[in-house]
Design a protein around this ligand. Structure first.
Ligand code: NAG
Ligand code: NAG
Ligand code: NAG
Ligand code: NAG
Ligand code: NAG
Ligand code: NAG
Length: 929
């Protein structure tokens, strides 16, 4: 056998011209060590990885997420840490490169005892030619990466003479100060929903690349897909063909006559079209070319719920005339246009009743649509724990939750490609942001150059993903940061600096690299007032130069005075809502992952100190601030629902956690319905993205999904209200006027019925003296809202105890414009409930809930035998992850509920008999001891 093998390879060598090719070695394959001389620690380590995780794996520290370890492990970030490994020596004749896709953050790199480079940006890709160092290296080459203390370094930078300063309060201060001076994930220094670990390490893959002469290694790829003549920020012409522009950044060198070939394959791997790119240019180790693809050759990519997520594979090959190909690379792409339309309201819109001002909504493939979703924060303080499995589970929850857009919030990190891949496949649009937020930033030359390099790398890397919906410069800059300095002594300078970084650097980087993606400098803003494409930076911002009666821009709304939570007249009236929310506790099951059993109490300091809203405001524990945020939750749920008072401490804690979640879900639900109704109001409101999708750790936060994947009440309530067609009550507490609306975000009109029924809490129909319609015919236009009616409850419920009245509303709708003689096949059903008094004062009764498991059909049946049950909650044990198709709903004796479930296996084995430990309760249970 061995002889035969040798014979074959000899033969192959004879036939084929020998051509050495580029060799890429993943640095994770070497044996790494992590050491700190000051800490006197040396342990085995991982790349990619993080100091905390390596120390935990070595048993030096416990779980960083346990208890108050976020404070107690502060010593870890003080000393420098050095990662080192003996790596292989490259073959002679090749050039050798070190390629890092992410170093967090301040490093000094050595190879064979020689200084290679220093780095200072977590978000840049770095590459270093180390050919000569290897040449002069005797013995085995050691690579070492020395990481400095980012907290200390940022402080030093802040003290450089002449460094920019801002009035107090402009820097949103969470725990460690000075984050705006460094290019590191801003929430690494603390945020109001997370810990401040200031993680350190190689957070993205790193490689040793050996490149023989006349060969290259492609280190980054830009693919831009747009309609011919498309200009960013303006409505593209959907009748045009597609342009595919490709641009490859490489290490090594190319012959002058190198050209670019492309081949486009569909999902079945069938070739769609191939050829050579035209207008090929080579400049500074980048080769660029483009081609036109006839519009009929390809199908469109759509977000979930709006069409297919059609993807194509684009293979790009660098080749030389008459010779073999030099290098090739493949990217998944989609054909779609996505626009953030901020153009002035047109006469035809005014004629339809849209308030004057400017648009602020998204258009996919030329169609405006309602964006439903939430805000995505870093899913872990340690990115190397963010696995594809976990992200698939999270995005599955997004899609099941009827969400089509996430805002990838600005002060975390640019997402790795695998997360965009999942979003491409599932059709989740990702409004993506540069990582700047809740601060103003310096604009010295070095800082700007650093930001430019970061932006160029990230914009080019991410652009090919059809899920990319927008680039925004940063979080809460125009509506919060600039507001704070407006009119101050140095106001003009701060505005000019803002424009330098967020328009001239970041905006121009987007426009230089992409014609397919819109850009806005700030997440929340009044939009642009003028565009001038004769300038490299076309945008003039409107800022606060607004006209009364006109509506512009998107909104961000928080109000921690829960006594006015359900007064919808206070909610902002804008074109789009990109942030709103209120914090709640995770479930007791998730708390148990992080705190000891004795600490499972609302009064426990461990629990309280894990609440970072309002933020501690410095690196020390701040019990007073934390108590303030706990009190906001207590006040909220005790105002609106019965107050749990259970004798068993764990049961009491679990009930309080649930109560806080019910308030959160109720409050968000009220706002989601208000914003969605706005699609049919003068504001023509077209988006609801609540704060926040998921958690970074186990703590009280705004999340709808707990760390580990368990859904809070919020995620279920949002799933229900993000259905295409919903019925919603709007009750004005002042004049006791109840209005009912049906809202639809479908592209075509719907028609059908609305059924309404008043009950008392025992579930008996109420006998109203005033006429209140039970069945109403309803039509709703495309992406619109229809008011069903308006009733004064003091008349309608005359003689009836308002505390003993419950209204059930249910729609049964179908597409209105079906071809003749076609029966509808798809029905849009939504049930909603309303009570004229808050549940804290309502005369609720024991609903006599009965839960039946039907294992064969993977479902539970929930019946109320003696009354209406509000906020029915199915709870399941720890050590398993289950999602229901509905939870947090209401049932009445005549309206039982069937709930299907799905068991997710990623937590390991599914415990036998978990379903026997599922419990059911409702708000009534808060009244029980
Ligand atoms: C600590 O690390 C930083 C960043 O690599 C470096 O600049 C500094 O010299 C290091 N200090 C020591 C004592 O090694
Ligand atoms: C979506 O894909 C399915 C299956 O390939 C196809 O039958 C359908 O026509 C596509 N829909 C659109 C709108 O392209
Ligand atoms: C305005 O800027 C000047 C120059 O940097 C500085 O001396 C002054 O303190 C600043 N004013 C305020 C109110 O920060
Ligand atoms: C404010 O907007 C109006 C109308 O667009 C414009 O004429 C005016 O120049 C703007 N003012 C400033 C200070 O930008
Ligand atoms: C809670 O229940 C206990 C008895 O278990 C009772 O003494 C106490 O007054 C109750 N507290 C409230 C606020 O109802
Ligand atoms: C309403 O009237 C019906 C028949 O008159 C009666 O059976 C029912 O009990 C009444 N409901 C309530 C809540 O009084």
């Amino acid at each position: 056998m061995a002889n035969l093998k040798a014979w074959i390879s000899a033969l192959v060598a004879l036939i084929l011209p020998v051509k050495a090719s580029t060799k890429v070695t993943d640095l994770s394959t070497f044996k790494w060590n992590l050491a700190s001389t000051p800490a006197n620690i040396s342990v085995p380590a991982k790349i990619p990885g993080a100091v905390h995780l390596d120390l935990q794996a070595a048993g030096i520290i416990g779980d960083p997420y346990h208890g108050l370890n976020d404070y107690d492990l502060r010593w870890v970030i003080k000393p420098n840490w050095t990662y080192s490994a003996e790596i292989s020596k490259p073959a002679s004749g090749a050039s050798a490169w070190l390629l890092f896709n992410g170093l967090d953050t301040f490093t000094s790199i050595e190879l064979c005892g020689k200084h290679v480079a220093a780095t200072n940006n977590q978000f840049r890709q770095y590459w270093f030619d180390v050919t000569n160092i290897f040449k002069n290296c005797s013995g085995k080459p050691t690579l070492s990466i020395n990481f400095g203390n980012a907290v200390e370094i940022s402080e030093k930078i802040s003290k450089i003479p002449g460094q920019e300063t801002w009035p107090p309060g402009v820097e949103g201060l969470f725990e460690f100060e000075h984050r705006q001076f460094i290019r590191k994930e801003q929430n690494d220094f603390g945020w109001d929903w997370g810990p401040a670990f200031s993680p350190t390490g190689t957070w993205q893959p790193a490689y040793l690349v050996e490149i023989p002469p006349f060969d290259v290694h492609i280190r980054n790829v830009l693919v831009d897909v747009y309609r011919e003549n498309q200009v960013p920020l303006l409505v593209p012409d959907q009748s045009k063909n597609w342009v595919v522009n490709a641009s490859l950044d490489y290490l090594g060198s190319l012959p002058k006559d190198a050209h670019l070939e492309f081949a486009l394959f569909d999902q079945k791997k069938q070739l769609v079209t191939e050829g050579k790119l035209t207008n090929v240019i080579q400049a500074s180790n980048t080769i660029t070319g483009s081609t036109v693809i006839a519009k009929d050759f390809v199908n469109l990519w759509w977000p979930t719920g709006l069409g297919n997520q059609t993807l194509y594979s684009l293979r790009l090959t660098i080749a030389q005339e008459g010779k073999k190909s030099i290098s090739s690379v493949t990217r998944k792409i989609g054909f779609r246009t996505i626009l953030l339309n901020q153009e002035p309201i047109r006469p035809d819109q005014l004629a339809k009743g849209v308030a004057p001002g400017a648009n602020w909504h998204f258009e996919i493939n030329g169609k405006e649509f309602y964006a439903k979703g939430s805000n995505f924060i870093p899913p872990d303080a340690f990115w190397t724990r963010v696995t594809r499995d976990k992200m698939e589970l999270l995005f599955d929850a997004v899609v099941k939750g009827n969400q089509n857009m996430l805002r990838v919030w600005a002060s975390g990190a640019y997402l790795p490609d695998f997360i965009y891949d999942i979003a491409d496949e599932l059709g989740v649009l990702l409004w993506s942001e540069f990582n700047f937020g809740d601060a103003l930033y310096p604009v010295d030359k070095e800082f700007l150059n650093n930001c430019k390099e970061e932006a160029v790398y990230q914009v080019r890397r991410i652009n090919h993903h059809p899920s990319l919906a927008l680039w925004a410069g940063g979080n809460e800059l125009e509506n919060l940061e600039l507001r704070q300095v407006q009119g101050s002594e140095n106001s003009t300078r701060y505005f000019a600096e803002y424009e330098t970084l967020f328009l001239d650097i970041l905006g121009v980087t987007v426009f230089e690299n992409s014609r397919s993606i819109s850009y806005t400098p700030s997440s929340t803003s009044n939009g642009w007032s003028k565009l001038d494409f004769s300038r490299p930076q076309p945008i003039t911002q409107r800022y606060y130069n607004t006209t009364a009666g006109e509506i512009y821009g998107d909104t961000d709304y928080y109000n921690y005075d829960s006594t006015v939570a359900f007064d919808f007249t206070r909610y902002p009236v804008g074109r789009f809502s990109n942030e709103f929310g209120f914090h709640s506790m995770p479930s007791i099951h998730t708390w148990r992952q992080a705190v000891d059993e004795k600490d499972l109490s609302w009064e426990s300091e461990v629990v309280i100190l894990r609440n970072h809203h309002p933020p501690p405001g410095g690196p020390e524990k701040n019990l007073n601030a934390a108590r303030g945020g706990m009190l906001e939750m207590t006040q909220a749920h005790s105002t609106y629902y019965p107050i749990p008072n259970k004798t068993d401490p764990a049961a009491q804690f679990a009930a309080l956690c649930l109560a806080s979640q019910i308030f959160q879900a109720d409050y968000y639900g009220s706002q989601i319905q208000f914003y969605r109704r706005g699609s049919g109001m003068p504001e023509r409101q077209l988006g609801s993205l609540y704060w926040q999708l998921e958690d970074i750790w186990q703590a009280p936060t705004w999340a709808g999904i707990e760390y580990g994947g368990r859904w809070k009440v919020l995620h279920y309530r949002a799933k229900d209200l993000y259905q295409n067609v919903i019925v919603s009550p709007f009750y004005n507490l002042e004049d006791q006027k109840l209005e009912v609306y049906v809202t639809s975000d479908l592209f075509v009109p719907v028609a059908g019925k609305l059924h309404m029924e008043w009950y008392d809490w025992k579930g008996k129909p109420l006998n109203l003296t005033q006429n209140f319609p039970k069945d109403v015919n309803v039509t709703v236009g495309a992406i619109n809202s229809t008011r069903i009616g308006s009733w004064n409850l003091s008349d309608t419920l005359n003689g009836i105890d308002l505390k003993n009245a419950v209204l059930m509303m249910e729609t049964y709708m179908w597409l209105a414009e079906l071809p003749p003689n076609t029966a509808p096949t798809k029905f849009y059903r939504h049930r909603n409930w309303f009570t004229p008094t808050f549940l804290s004062s309502a005369k609720i009764v024991d609903p006599g809930l009965k839960l039946t498991h039907v294992p064969k059909e993977l479902k539970f049946v929930i019946k109320a035998t003696s009354g209406v049950a509000a906020w029915v909650w199915l709870d399941y044990p720890a050590d398993v992850l289950v999602t229901f198709d509905n939870n947090g709903f209401w049932v009445s004796p005549d309206l039982p509920m069937i709930v299907k479930y799905e068991v997710h296996e990623d937590n390991g084995k599914i415990p036998w008999g978990w379903a026997d430990n599922v419990t059911v309760q409702s708000i009534w249970d808060f009244t029980l001891p």
